[in-house]
Structure formats: C-alpha cells, structure tokens
Design a protein around this ligand. Sequence first.
Ligand SMILES: [Fe+2]
Length: 330
Amino acid sequence: MHAHTHNPLPEERGHSPEPECCCMVLGKAQEEVRLAQIAPDVWSLLTLHGAGNSRFAPRLPNRMLAFRLRDGTGKQCLVLLNTVWPDHETDQPFEAIRTLSRTLDAPVRFVLNPGPEHHLSLAAYARAFPEARVCVAEGRLQRENPALCAMDNVELMAVGDALPELSRQGLHVHVWDGFMEQSLANRAQFRFGARRGTAEPTVFWHEASGIFVNGGHGWFYWAEGDKQPWLIRRLLKPREGAIVWSPVHYSVHDPKRCIASAQRILDWRFEHLVDLHAGADKPIKGRAHEMAEELIRPMLDEDWDSLPFPVEPLEIPEGKVTGGDWKSYR
Ligand SMILES: [Fe+2]
C-alpha cells in the first residue's frame, strides 16, 4: 500500500505551472507545438478535435499527457497517454515530443491508450517511436482496429492492474472491467448496424503529481467557466464544476466486476484530476478523490437505478470487425 503523501501542484511550491496553449486544431499544427509542464513530471499538449472524430461536430479540447518516470536504477523514461491526431506535414507533435525527450534525457518507452476510443492515431505513434511499447486494452480495440493490434510494438493490456512495472515506478494503469458499449454512442460513430461488445475505459494514477486521469468516456468533468457545445450538454448532461457519468457511452454487463474495479480506483490516493477533454488549465485541484467517491458511491452501493446508464446482458460481437477504422474516435 502506498503512504498518503501530499503532492503539490507546481504553484503550491511557489511557482506557477506552465499554461496550456492550444497547439493543434483538427490535426493541424499551430505556430508553436510544445508540451507544457503542468505538474511535477507531467507535461500536457492541448489540442482541439471534433467530437466523435468529425470535422463538422463541435470542437472539444483533447490533450495528450507525457509522464516522466524513473526506474529503480534512476534511469528516466517518458510515457505518453492519449495520443492526438498528428500533422504529417509538420511532423508534429512527434518533433515536440522528441525535443522534450532530448531535453529531459528520457526516451519514450510507453504509449498508452486511455480506453476503447481515441485509438486511430496510435499506429502513427507506433511507427514514430518504434522502441516504445504501445499498450491498448484487450477487447474493443481488437475488434475495431486489428491492424493496429497486429503491429510489432503494440501489445494488449488485460483488465485490472495492467502494467505492474509502471505501477512500481509510480504510474498506475487500471483497465476498468465490466462495461460494454452503449448503442447511441456506437451509432453516433456512423457505424450503423455495428454490433456492440465490451468497452474498457482505462484510468491512471500518477503518484508524483497526485494526478488521476479518467480515460475513456465513462466520466466527464465540466470545469467551471468552460463553455460546452449544445450537443454535448444535450447528450452528456454535464454540470458545471462536477464530474458526471456519461449516460450515452457505456452500460454495465457485469456489475460485480465493475464494482471491484471501481473500488480499486478509490483505493488510490490521488488528489487532483485531469480530464482529457477539459479546457485549458482546468484540472480539479485537491478535491478529486472526494468528487470521484461521490460519483462512484452509488455503484459501490449497487444502486443501479440512480445511475444514468443501464445494466444489461453482454452482446458479444462475432465474426467480422464491427467498425473498421473509418469512423471511431481519434
Ligand atoms: Fe473523446
């Protein structure tokens, strides 16, 4: 078990975190692409993408994070989380990542997918960083993106504590068990008639910064002062200053396993929360564990009626790939 220690964000230590600036819009690099250090050993690259991977959908913030880890011998490495759509013309954000990696003397060793979405850019990162291990959860991405899963440096993560060697270096990766895709978000990706199956939102706790990252689309945080597009308000029913479950992305097919996973998250001693889709400089500071507990509590209490998504039997997709790689979240 890990001792509970107070992990200050940079400004609590007497200096400000670097502000996040929007470096890439819809896969096009803006003037300067660089990762901003937002907390001890954590860098962020803020971009705007189209919801559901469409240029015509509302633009939403989508950030990639880079964590610096040190192994038992003090050797450093970088771990990328949630890759963003690259601009091949300017070779970004690969160039910006290489610059950070050189500056810190920390090679990119891992590229982590945050769940069953946001996987379409991973192949480009697998090629750009051939020495890195690209990790995706078993399940939906095997069905959706078999070409990615067949790449030499791509590997599958099982549910639970997925990468114990990273846990030992203070970055915990947990693949949440028991969820399946819900029909609306499935169809909203224009994969009409697609068969549904398991979904594996993946969550992260970085000890050195005290930051929790809610991957996948199971929860959303609407930061105070952020504007949310009408469609997002309509679908997700976010509340300003609160974390809410998404009513449209997943349902639960195995309550027991889902609860065990949820409990594991609350066993983590995080303090802050970075939502991959929250606006610039909008982490939850200090209250994240309390807010997560409030959100998760009804699930632990098996109060399914009060949760905005159904518990239903798993539909197992058979035979062919359901959606191919045409439309699915970048
Ligand atoms: Fe997303």
